[in-house]
Ligand binder design. Structure first.
Ligand code: MF3
Ligand code: CO
Ligand code: CO
Length: 260
């Protein structure tokens, strides 16, 4: 029983993994510029992760060919870094980092802007990040899991955007994807959150309709209507009074420990 609750010794390792994953996102920011390829960004992340005595978890995961996922504009998730995919002014870019350090995973992603981007792009990213933060704000021991998806979907839809249904947040620890599944839309999961659970929340939000399609490469997921898509992801620890954001970045305007 209680396989979803981590021991204190595991939590300590997850804090270290989480800090490193966050540092990769902080480190890569200055390289996200016009004319760089997504493969070059991948390689910089790869070297940084290795230099920090960790493993890029995506490399070889179910055959994924690169070390991180980089998803540009209408790519929803699982974009494969490519030397021919060159960033240009106005692009919005999600970089999704998963590291393994001391056998424990941490998973986080955020959006980057390439030069000046449209008002719609900025607003989409802002709403997506705020939907994640709104869900973090309600988390604490005793809350049913369905509250997370309800909070995210209500926030996103009240701002005129749509939530992708095909992918969800997940428990994480010495395994990349484990129980519980965290849906980002209204659902019926009455499981109560418990002190010591660690999972990701990672809403994918489309400017247009919520439908997605997977490309022939078997990985790249795009919006069906070619609208823009944004995603933010954190790995979090449930506490008695709120949550600890294990992948919190220094520049974030939200507290690393939320006491609810
Ligand atoms: N990081 C993704 C997640 O948030 C998973 C990527 S799997 C990969 O769960 F194989 F595409 F890298
Ligand atoms: Co994840
Ligand atoms: Co991820």
């Amino acid at each position: 029983m209680n396989c979803m609750v981590k021991k204190e010794s595991e939590i300590e390792k997850m804090r270290i993994s989480g800090k490193l994953a966050a540092k990769v996102l902080e480190m890569i920011e200055k390289y996200v510029q016009p004319n760089i390829s997504t493969e070059e960004l991948n390689n910089i992340c790869h070297s940084f992760i290795k230099k920090n005595n960790a493993i890029p978890a995506c490399l070889g995961y179910h055959g994924f060919p690169k070390s991180v996922c980089i998803s540009v504009n209408d790519v929803v998730c699982h974009g494969i870094p490519n030397k021919n995919k060159i960033l240009k002014i106005g692009d919005i870019v999600n970089i999704d980092i998963t590291v393994i350090k001391n056998n424990y995973y941490a998973d986080t992603s955020k959006m980057f802007f390439v030069g000046n981007t449209s008002i719609l792009s900025k607003y989409l990213c802002k709403v997506t990040q705020e939907s994640l933060y709104a869900s973090l704000n309600i988390i604490k021991t005793g809350i049913p899991i369905f509250k997370i998806g309800e909070t995210i979907e209500n926030y996103v839809e009240s701002h005129g955007f749509s939530v992708v249904k095909e992918y969800c947040g997940h428990g994480i620890g010495s395994v990349f994807h484990e129980e519980p599944h965290i849906l980002h839309y209204k659902n019926n999961n009455k499981t109560l959150l418990k002190n010591g659970m660690i999972f990701t929340i990672e809403p994918m939000v489309n400017a247009g309709k919520s439908e997605v399609k997977c490309m022939k490469d078997g990985w790249t997921v795009k919006t069906k209507d070619h609208s823009l898509s944004a995603q933010y992801e954190h790995t979090i620890l449930v506490t008695n009074y709120g949550c600890d954001i294990l992948t919190w970045q220094k520049k974030e305007k939200i507290l690393p420990s939320l006491k609810n």
